[in-house]
Design a protein around this ligand. Structure first.
Ligand SMILES: Cc1ncc(COP(=O)(O)O)c(C=O)c1O
Length: 374
């Protein structure tokens, strides 16, 4: 018999939580596939449908053998490799447990009680949580009808209290991206003491011919910081590793506020292995395949009569407004787990070919049903 006491709620307590927690939205993760016998594809979290490539997986497993030891807190090898990739000093690379954590570090380094952070909405749903939980005030600027950042409105939203602006390109969940000219023009209106974080979690899926010239933007502007992740193309979402490329003072500040030993040894090893030339080539082939599939899906949906935002991510977005939940349920019953966003829209990740074809089929069925009903 167990000598543990029976479970209870514990004693009555009167601890004082920060009042701001009451107004924070909860992070809603992509729904897992229900276990009810229907074969379903989970395309609700913008993950890679493929496991990490073997060399990357092997590097992570090898690092496990010494996981009785703390990881290299300075992540010297990985930061050196990333510094080389981005043409900066290793000290300008700030790592943590995913780029969501690095974005949190950015808020902690820059934002005091009541300071403002401007970002587009709808965008990555962690932004209001990260800002609000650190005492900052989220300033959410509505996207245009095409699901794009409204940079004029964002520039107009900057006040004396603004410490940080987040640009998400390609934007999650709608998909459109920003051009170098657009960002350059925007930066010209932003006071130099306000940091502009460019979140490019989906950069690798962008058409390479028109992808944002982030390296140049970073070199030209002392207030630009880049946010990157290994969670998407590299397939390391479950290992949690992402980073910022920052100018020296900000990079130091990020190092001051981050959780010590955040980047675990297997995550560091896997990230490093994915930067090796052969691995990088394989990953680029994967990205090219996703781009092709995205084009196939978007073309088929357009032929069905859908008018969707132009996505440059590994996902497509249906701006269905009030009918979003209904569409997600319709898809779920037919074997596809999508991500619904309240009364805004529904996002589907581009994944294995069968899942993408099923998306086309389901979207076609929905449209046909709508026409019959009209
Ligand atoms: C725009 C954007 N930024 C950052 C992240 C977080 O990535 P990570 O897994 O590195 O925390 C995501 C994940 O969905 C995202 O969509």
């Amino acid at each position: 018999m167990s000598d543990l006491p029976a479970r209870s709620e514990g004693p009555a307590e009167t601890i004082r939580l920060r009042p701001t927690l009451e107004s924070l939205p909860a992070y809603v993760a992509g729904k897992p596939a229900a276990d009810d016998g229907i074969r379903r594809y989970k395309v609700s979290s913008n993950e890679s449908h493929l496991p990490p490539i073997p060399a990357v997986r092997d590097a992570a497993i090898a690092a496990m053998t010494s996981s009785n030891r703390y990881p290299d807190a300075a992540a010297q090898e990985l930061r050196a490799a990333l510094g080389e990739k981005h043409g900066v000093e290793p000290s300008q690379i700030a790592l943590s447990t995913g780029s969501v954590a690095v974005t949190g570090d950015l808020v902690r380094a820059l934002v005091g009680e009541g300071d403002e952070v401007v970002f587009a909405w709808r965008s990555f749903e962690a932004y209001p949580i990260l800002v609000g939980s650190h005492g900052g005030t989220p300033v959410q600027v509505p996207l245009t009808a095409a699901g794009e950042h409204d940079l004029d409105a964002m520039a107009a939203a900057i006040t004396d209290r603004t410490r940080l602006v987040l640009l998400c390109t390609p934007n999650n969940p709608t998909g459109p991206s920003l051009s170098t000219e657009q960002v350059e023009e925007f930066l010209a209106t932003v006071p130099e003491h306000v940091v502009v974080g460019i979140d490019e979690a989906y950069r690798e899926f962008h058409d390479p011919a028109t992808v944002l010239g982030t390296a140049g933007l970073f070199r030209r502007h002392g207030n630009v910081v880049l946010l990157r992740t290994f969670s998407k193309l590299q397939g390391l979402a479950g290992l949690r590793i992402g980073y910022a490329v920052a100018h020296p003072r900000l990079a130091r500040a990020l190092g001051q506020v981050t959780v010590p030993f955040g980047a675990a040894a297997p995550a560091q090893a896997a990230a490093l292995a994915s930067l090796e030339p052969e691995a990088a080539q394989e990953l680029e082939r994967r990205a090219a395949w996703i781009r092709e599939e995205r084009s196939r899906v978007l073309a088929a949906l357009a032929a069905q009569g859908w008018e969707l935002p132009v996505s440059q991510g590994n996902f497509v977005y249906f701006p269905l407004g009030e009918r979003s939940a209904e569409f997600a349920e319709f898809a779920d019953a037919r074997g596809l787990v999508l991500r619904a966003y309240g009364a805004d829209g529904v996002r589907a990740t581009i994944a294995e070919q069968e899942a993408n074809s099923l998306l086309i089929e389901i979207a076609g069925e929905w449209i046909a049903q709508e026409r019959r009903g009209a």
